[in-house]
Design a binder for this molecule. Structure first.
Ligand SMILES: Cc1cc2nc3c(=O)[nH]c(=O)nc-3n(C[C@H](O)[C@H](O)[C@H](O)COP(=O)(O)O)c2cc1C
Length: 175
């Protein structure tokens, strides 16, 4: 018989206020990526965990920039971007691209990808894509981008983000 009370699996059913959304959804472990583009004058980028594979045919990915993002309007203007999937030793890169008011590319090695967007060195994979759709979604935007090229690099471990902290992936089998 279903439990219609406020408790499920021992936890209290919470009202979805900001801190609760952040804390409970933080149980969904993700990787971390840096979304980059180049506007012809300078490289752009920001740290992003909301990356998802959406469709194989056509090849779509999605991610969600906050409405407060200062780099997203500039990256959107370029249209061609790169999703740089971070490896476990790139926690400092993750933090750097999540910090405002600094030179986020300082000390970071990168090369222009096939579409001109910066491909960061030392990552797990690079996914080049063109922005195709944007959907307003509260305080974020859901971006759907068409993949135009992709590359997996070395057999390194991923940088994982879980409950506000970072870790690696120990074990498992690779497809
Ligand atoms: C692990 C991690 C994941 C993040 N994921 C996102 C995300 O999915 N979307 C987003 O807009 N910001 C995300 N951020 C925050 C941005 O990286 C941060 O606000 C950054 O300073 C935005 O830079 P900008 O204003 O130059 O665009 C994340 C930060 C961290 C540390």
């Amino acid at each position: 018989m279903p439990d219609t009370g406020t408790r499920a699996h021992g936890g209290q059913l919470l009202t979805p206020l900001g801190p609760e959304m952040r804390r409970v959804l933080g149980h969904f472990c993700t990787g971390v990526a840096i979304i980059t583009a180049h506007d012809g004058r300078r490289p752009l980028g920001f740290t992003c965990q909301s990356v998802t594979s959406v469709s194989l045919d056509p090849p779509y990915i999605s991610f969600c920039p906050a409405n407060t993002s200062s780099s997203w309007p500039l990256i959107r203007e370029v249209g061609a971007l790169c999703v740089n999937i971070l490896s476990e030793h790139q926690q400092a890169v993750c933090a750097q691209f999540a910090t405002r008011g600094i030179d986020i590319f300082a000390g970071v090695s990168w090369v222009p990808g096939g579409n001109g967007a910066p491909a960061l060195q030392g990552t797990l994979a690079s996914v080049e894509a063109d922005v195709e759709y944007e959907h307003a979604a509260g305080d974020h935007t859901i971006v759907v981008a068409r993949v135009t090229g992709l590359r997996a690099h070395a057999d390194r471990g991923p940088l994982l983000f879980y409950r506000g902290g970072y870790g690696g992936f120990d074990g498992g089998r690779h497809a």
